[in-house]
Design a protein around this ligand. Sequence first.
Ligand code: AMP
Length: 505
Amino acid sequence: MCGIVGIVGKQPVNQALYDGLTMLQHRGQDAAGIMTVDEYNTLRLRKANGLVRDVFHTRHMHRLAGNVGIGHVRYPTAGSSSSAEAQPFYVNSPFGIAMAHNGNLTNAADVHAHLFKTARRHINTTSDSEILLNVFANELDKNDSLELSADDVFRTITAVHRKVRGAYAVVSMILGHGLVAFRDPWGIRPLALGKRETAEGDEYIVASESVAIDGTGFKYVRDVEPGEAIYITNDGQLFSRQCADKPKHCPCIFEYVYFARPDSFIDGISVYASRVNMGRKLGEKLKRDYADLDIDVVIPIPETSCDIALEIASVLDLPYRQGFVKNRYIGRTFIMPGQTQRRKSVRRKLNAISAEFKGKNVLLVDDSIVRGTTSEQIIEMAREAGAKRVYFASAAPEIRFPNVYGIDMPSANELIGHGRESNEICEMIGADGLIYQELDDLVAAVGEENPNVQRFETSVFSGEYITGDINQDYLDELDAARNDMAKAQRDGGEDANLELHNDND
Ligand code: AMP
């Protein structure tokens, strides 16, 4: 998963881009980048591996001059985690285009081959975002005038929608012209628009989550529609148009389960409220079907599941206790490449308060179970802290299938829910009982916050891929690219093409 932000301002945008990326840091901690266009129409770039606060030093911020810019935080999905793949990417023709992308193209290999054959375009990384940038550039190049109208931009996006498949939320800058933002025809990945009125005129921001709009002093205006493109000229004129042939709204449900910040609204749905609803639904299931479980206390696995667990406790009329303390200086365990490191880092990250466990039957609550590493370790820790019985509840249903739309999920075989029933999973993680949310309840929990959204992208639970182009061959290739071993091998050769992407340290 990644986070993106773009701003057309009346003042230098470097600080606001930095702040926006910091607010989107939870969407990617692997690499960060900002590109701005200065007063001489020259691109300024800083990108490198690391957290926002570590990538941008004062000297970089000074260099990122200009009133228009885009930024990106990366969580690697299919690509490698080499810093050469950090975004934004750039191509020099036509005009000079910079782009930052969140999502995953499902026909990247075909498009890549086609680009080379028909336009002799070279792709220098393994990133599908560089492919998307080149498709965009190639289509924009078909208009051979030195002028660029909003119609030209929208025609280009229409052509891009026809060429690529999958999930994409994009911010892009066309040098000398303006900022373009667009969202795939299914609206799988989120993108929202904000505005700020100043004495010099209106300033605009586009960002993955509304939190980056509020937090930078802009006002949320609306979400970008699925398939829609927004073009904001450098002098602040905004144009928008639906550019997809058949847009359908189908946002990714996992944003609400795990990824997004609770204080964000995505597609008119409060992430926080949807999590409270997930807790209510799961609490009702426990009350209805598991009344015989002698639970003494409900304990969340911090932090995403705290709002969920609190609601479960309230439905069950049981005490809610923070039995685990999180070391806030340790990142998400997923960023660890190999399974051994991942195991250790769960214990580094969380520690139990034994008074909350000693002699009690506890219900641990997590938002989801992916590999099962966290749950297995946590259950072990709860027992070591003296728990009598340890039950486990997951606010998301069994994750059985890989994600092909930009969420960093392991390969199918590394998912504990792949091909296993709940009782087997329960045994593997060592719980005395395992209760999963029903998919219908999850969909209802999120959907009730905005009845206009009638469908969600739920493939990791159902195996139904809405774009209709996913077959076993594709999944096998993904599997090969994603398993831990492949990742470790790729990242070992990380520095090979760093020279081509000078980060101007
Ligand atoms: P696991 O140990 O693999 O079962 O990890 C499950 C935990 O990881 C849950 O506590 C989730 O909060 C979190 N999680 C779920 N999906 C992801 C993801 N795609 N990337 C990072 N963490 C995740």
